[in-house]
Each structure stands twice: as C-alpha cells, then as structure tokens.
Design a protein around this ligand. Structure first.
Ligand code: ADP
Ligand code: MG
Length: 729
C-alpha cells in the first residue's frame, strides 16, 4: 500500500488558509515602497543629480561618471535605510528567468573594520563570471568576458535584503547575451519608426512608446502533493497521470468563487507586488481546475517585462508561504487547458494618443487605420518569425492543441474593422471613414443604463487579436520571457513603418496630397496582407487547410520553427532595425535548439525513472496478487467452475502483463533514441531528432502508464492522481 500518497493527500486536504499580514496603510501608502522611483530619487539625490538622472531617463542621454557616483551613493543610502545588505546586477540571460549575483555593500576601512560602500562604477557596469550562461558559441568564439550594464530606464528595487539593479548583459564584443538589450533596441526602433508616421497626423509628436499589459496564467498545487511527484519537481509538469473523471467539463471553475486558501495567497501576492511597484489589478479563476490568472495595469514595455520577470520569482516565493507550489509551465496537466501569457500590446504618442484606438475625427481615424494596417502587414510578412518568437519545448504542448491558439499566426480584426478595411480597399475616392470609437447599446430595460460596447467582438481562438485599442498576442507561453515576443513584434512593425513612411514620402515629393498618398499605400497593404486576416475558428481543421493554401507558416516541428529567425527577410529586418546582427541570431538559435533538446532529455529521463522504478514494480506487485488469487480460487473450485470464476482475472493479468512488457520495451527504445540523437553534433539536427524520435516514444510510454493506472489497485498506486492534484479543498 502506498502510505506516502495517502499521507500527502490527507495533509493537502486538511490544510487551512495561511493568514495574511495586511498592512494598516492603504495601497497608495505602500505602493512602490521597495522601488527607487522618482520620489525616492528626489529624496535621496542632490537636486542637480536628480535632474541629470531624470534627463538621462526621459531623453536617453548618457550619464557622466560624476552623476553615476552620486546616484550610487543615494541609492545605497536608500537601500540601507530599507534593510538591504547586498546589491546585485539583475539580468535576463537566455534561460527562463533571471540571474543575480549578490555582493555585500561592505569594504575594508583599512583599520580592521568595514564601511558600507557602493560606487558609480559598480552601479554602472560589472563583469559577472558569465561563462556558464547560454551564449550559443559567441563567448567561445570571441573574448570570454561578459558585462552587465545598468538599464537606467528601469528603476532599481529591493528584493528580500538585496538592492537589485536592472541591467543588460552583453559580451566583450557587444553582442547581446540576454533578452533586455535587444528589447531596448526594438523599443528604440519602433519609437523612431512610429514617430515618423505619427507626425503626419500631429507634427508635434516627439516619441512613441510601446506598451505591454501581460496576463499571467498559472496553476497552484499543494506542496505535499507536489513533492510526491518527481515529474512536477524536476520538469514542472506531469509526465503521466490518467485524466480525472471530473476536470473542466462542467465549466465551473472559470470566474468561479476563489477557494479561501487561494484567495489568501492572491492577496499576499498582490500586496508584495504593490510594494515592488507592480500594478497588479485583476485576479480570477481560469478555465482549468486549480488554474488562475493575475493581470496588472499595462506599462511601458521594458518596465512591464521587468515586472513580469519579477512577478515570476515573487509568485513562487509567496506560494511557498501558503504551502503551495506554483506551476508556470504551459501544460502541467494533460486533458485540461494549459497556461498562456497574453501580451496586450499597443503604441501611444507622448501627446497621450493611443495609436490603435479609433479617433474622434476623420484624421484621427485615418491615423488609427494607418497603424492597424501597418501592423497587419508586418505580422503578415513575419508570421513565421512571430511564431518562432513564442515557441519553446514547453509551449509546444499548448500550441496546436485544441484549446490554445493554433500553430499558425493570423490576425483577428472583428466585424466592424474588417468591414471598414474591405470598404477602404475598394473605395476610389479619398474619403475618410467616420467610425465612432464606441457605440451605445440600449438594452431596452429602463433600470439598466445604456452600456458602451467595444466595436470589436471577441475571438478566443485567434493567436493575435485586435481588442479595441490594442492587439492581444495570445500565443505567448506562461513561462516565457515576454521580451522574446515583444522584440520580434516591435522590430517587425518598426521595419514596416519605416518602409511605409519612405513610400508615402516618395508620393508626396511626386506631388500627391498627404491624404491621398496615405490612402493609396494603405490600400496596397490591405490587399497584399489580406491572407493574414482570419476572423473564423482558429482551432478548426478547415483553417489549417485554408492557411496552408494562403501560404502562411504552418510548420509544427518546434526545432524547424526556429529556422524562421535565420530566413533572409528576418536577418534583414533585424539588421535594419538594429535589433540583432546575423551573428547574434545564429548564436541565439543555437541556444534555442540546445534548450529544446535539454528539456526533452530531462523529461525523458524522468519518465523512464517513473516507468521503471515507480510504476512497473507496483503493477507487478498487483499482478502477483491477482495471480495468487487465481491459483487459490482454482484450488478451491476445481474444473470448469474454477475457470469460470477466474477468467476475468486472467484477462486482467494478461492486460497488465502486456502493458508492463510494452512499457519496458518502449523505455528501452526511448533510451536508444536518445543515445542516437546525442551522437549528433549539429544542435539543430539533434533537436529535430529529439522531436521526431524521443517525443513520440514518451507519448507511447505515457499511454501505457495511464492505462495501468486504471488497472492497478488504487491503494497501491504510488503517485498522487490527477483528481488529487487538481482540486484544492
Ligand atoms: P481579458 O482577459 O478580457 O483580455 P484582462 O482584464 O484580463 O482582459 O487583461 C487585459 C490586459 O490588457 C491588462 O493587463 C491591461 O492592463 C491590458 N491593457 C489594456 N489596455 C491596454 C493597452 N492600450 N495597451 C496594452 N495593454 C493594455
Ligand atoms: Mg486577455
């Protein structure tokens, strides 16, 4: 009998909510308490230094050494006042997550004691021993050093007792080894490109900002149950487990009442978020049991992304306090929905205009249409690349499955906008369309006020949907660094806007009016990029066939999807926008392939262990019990009667025996497939081999184990079952 399983299930079911320490102050009092924001800067820095720093942030001006020294001194005082002992350059290497190396503020004072010190030099630049971060060969080819350099645009914060300074991470020769450096470059590029186009409509525009509002989905599992599942501990997902009789079919979890243990956890998490300046706002149950979501108010993309990464560390820590483990994996459980991280993305001018929001004037609407159509053109041109930007070993379980955005990128525009574009494409006059941003809808019930409807309908099956004043890139994975998607999207749209401006300018120099030039170019773009527009059901089989006919990227092999980064048009786009050099792209793809292989390899090893050392022995014990039972019954009842009584057990014994045999054979095959793949030197080929041979083998093993789960005595089964993992009491 499996004592461990029953013990952990009992522990989990008896667990009460952990009380939360709620600050007595209101949120406005503690919001940003641990962030070196402008208010703290003003308080801790001399006035001239404060002004120089703000100028550097707002106008992207370089900082002098003198200013940096003074900022470091002020930052240190603030950090120490708030209990910090250490400082750390905080960066985003090409792994999932963040990296930090802590140093104490102390320095020897020469008299046998120490002083707490922090200089501008240490604030601005450090040289972490980074040879063990993924680099795709860059660091072997060139000088093996790496630098982390202060990102002035994202505020420092205190996590635990450590002052964290957001930094980019680059090689000695300037290649990026992280997500932040290229993200900043992409943001710069779209600022330039979009400003150029926005100035057609308002010449006073100086900057365009890229905004990101992410929605983080996650699962919670009780810590006792979690610790009894080696697959969850080592890979973040269950590699086996038969579906629970009840999962999400009653649709009773989405927006359902939040269990009290979970609500306490959420409140605790939100308070921590607010102290760190993460504007957490929305929380709700998601579709699958034990699945939840947190969404903040949207922010400038670089800051929003830092906040998402910070949240991913924070959520794990707070979950532990509540005796939960958080699963950020895209597909922790088969048979129920996986987790994504919708990236709501928009552009806004420094004059406060959101460029994807319908305007109030005909010119405002032309601007809106201009930007929407350019996004459409960019997504059309780079649909394969955008898919590559969200692809990973973990997200591959979610995409293409019948619950999440398909492995084909298309744009959903909604009836109204689709109609307008169709009309525009056909129109022969330079007419501007009058579209009210929101229309009132009277419900005909006098006690209910008139409501405003978004002029966009909802389509949950689209990977990239227009939602009123923004686009929602839904294909991003829950464990991903959003920067990957944001780099590709901002850069692709920047390239398109540069191109658009060049063409419109050329028409104007040929004597066309501005309106005419813009409308003509828009018409061309609408007609050229039509095939990316799809408002139907993205999960349907017909769409897969239709998309292939339209020439959209339909590749489903993860390892081959990454090839999109190295297509000529991608290399050219990243070069033009200054986001990546070819060397960087090649190196990063090496890392992607390597990561893919390693993740599958780890999962395959864990599954082999579960099969051979956890499940097969138990199945054999149960089989022996059945055999013993049959032999005894036959002794008791001889002849036909004995056979009659035992023949169902014989069938069960045969079935168990055959599943055990098939499991053993397939595990041997899987190990052989790995050995063969491991001999391949080329990272791309190796990843393809893992995808084509190891992954299918794992699926077969899982099938056998899940079938055994239904045959073997429940009391003997060693691992917590889905029905136990998935329902928090
Ligand atoms: P839903 O799940 O219905 O799409 P949510 O309220 O869960 O909506 O999430 C919406 C997200 O979109 C929030 O993070 C919000 O801050 C963000 N958002 C809203 N407007 C914009 C915008 N203009 N640009 C970027 N993000 C936005
Ligand atoms: Mg959403």
């Amino acid at each position: 009998m499996s004592k461990l399983r029953f013990k952990v299930v009992e522990e989990a079911y008896n667990r009460k909510a952990t009380p939360v320490e709620i600050p007595i102050e209101r949120p406005d009092q503690y919001y940003g308490k641990y962030v070196f924001n402008r208010q703290k800067m003003a308080q801790y820095l001399p006035k001239d230094i404060y002004e120089a720093l703000v100028n550097a942030i707002d106008n992207k001006e370089p900082l002098s050494r003198h200013v940096a020294d003074s900022v470091a001194e002020g930052m240190k005082r603030w950090a120490i006042d708030n209990g910090a002992r250490h400082y750390s350059h905080w960066f985003h290497p090409l792994t999932d997550g963040t990296a930090e190396k802590h140093d104490a503020f102390i320095d020897l004072d020469g008299n046998g004691g120490v002083v707490e010190e922090f200089s501008g030099k240490l604030l601005v630049q450090q040289e972490p021993d980074a040879s063990s971060f993924p680099n795709g060969g860059i660091r072997n080819t060139f000088e093996a050093r790496g630098y982390s350099v202060w990102d002035v645009s994202s505020p420092a914060f205190i996590l635990g007792k450590t002052l964290c300074i957001p930094t980019i991470f680059i090689s000695y020769t300037g290649e990026s080894l992280d997500y932040k450096a290229p993200l900043l470059r992409a943001i710069n590029s779209i600022d330039k490109a979009a400003t150029g186009v926005a100035q057609y409509f308002d010449p006073s525009v100086k900057h365009v900002t890229s905004y990101l509002g992410w929605e983080q989905e996650y699962f919670l599992v009780d810590e006792s149950l979690y610790s009894a599942r080696p697959d969850l501990v080592l890979t973040g997902r269950t590699l086996m487990g038969h579906e629970s009789a009840k999962n999400q079919q009653l649709e009773d979890h989405y927006f359902g009442a939040i269990p009290s243990r979970v609500e306490a956890f959420m409140l605790d998490l939100e308070i921590e978020c607010h102290k760190l300046g993460i504007p957490a706002k929305t929380r709700h149950n998601e579709v699958a049991p034990n699945q939840f979501e947190l969404a903040p108010i949207f922010e400038e993309t670089n800051l929003a992304n830092d906040h998402n990464l910070l949240l991913m560390s924070l959520i794990a820590e707070v979950a532990r306090r509540h005796k939960f483990r958080v699963l950020l994996h895209e597909k922790p459980f088969a048979g129920v929905n996986g987790s994504g991280k919708h990236n709501n993305w928009s552009l806004g001018t420094d004059k406060g205009v959101l460029l994807f929001a319908p305007g109030r004037t005909p010119m405002g609407n032309l601007q809106f249409i201009t930007f929407v159509v350019n996004v459409m053109a960019a997504v059309h041109r780079h649909n394969g690349l955008l898919k590559a930007s969200i692809m990973s070993a973990t997200n591959s379980h979610r995409l293409g499955a019948n619950e999440a955005p398909p492995a084909i990128i298309s744009i959903f525009l909604g009836t109204q906008l689709s109609g307008i574009l169709a009309q525009l494409e056909q129109s022969t006059k330079d007419e501007l369309i009058n579209l009210a941003g929101k229309e009132g809808l009277s419900l005909g019930m006098s006690q209910i006020p008139e409501i405003l409807v978004d002029n966009t309908d909802r389509n949950r099956t689209s990977p990239f949907a227009f939602t009123g004043n923004r686009f929602e890139f839904r294909a991003v994975g829950s464990s991903a660094n959003c920067a990957s998607a944001m780099i590709a999207l901002n850069a692709a749209v920047a390239e398109q806007l540069f191109d658009f401006k060049e063409k419109v300018d050329a028409r104007i120099s040929n004597g066309e009016t501005l309106n005419h030039a813009i409308l003509e170019e828009i018409k061309i773009l609408i007609s050229e990029s039509k095939s990316i527009h799809f408002d139907g059901n993205g999960y349907s089989e017909e769409w897969k066939i239709e998309a292939a006919k339209r020439g959209l990227d339909c590749e489903i092999n993860v390892a081959k999807i990454f090839d999109a980064y190295l297509e000529d048009k991608s290399i050219e786009m990243f070069r033009k926008t200054g986001v990546f050099s070819k060397v960087e792209l090649e190196a990063r793809n090496e890392v992607k392939w390597e990561m893919y292989t390693k993740k599958v390899q780890i999962e395959a090893r864990v599954l082999g262990d579960l099969a051979i050392n956890h499940i097969v022995p138990v199945a054999m014990r149960y089989q022996a019990f059945l055999v013993d039972n049959v032999l005894k019954l036959r002794k008791l009842f001889s002849g036909e009667k004995g056979e009659d009584i035992t023949n169902r057990d014989i069938v069960a014994i045969e079935s168990i025996a055959s599943h055990i045999a098939k499991t053993k054979d397939e595990v041997a095959e899987m190990i052989e497939a790995r050995k063969k793949a491991n001999r391949i030197e080329n990272e791309r080929e190796k990843a393809i081999a893992y995808h084509d041979t190891v992954v299918p083998s794992m699926a077969k093993i899982r099938d056998y184990l899940d079938a055994l789960e239904l045959m073997v005595d429940n009391e003997m089964w060693p691992l917590p079952k889905y029905r136990e993992l998935l329902f928090i009491r």
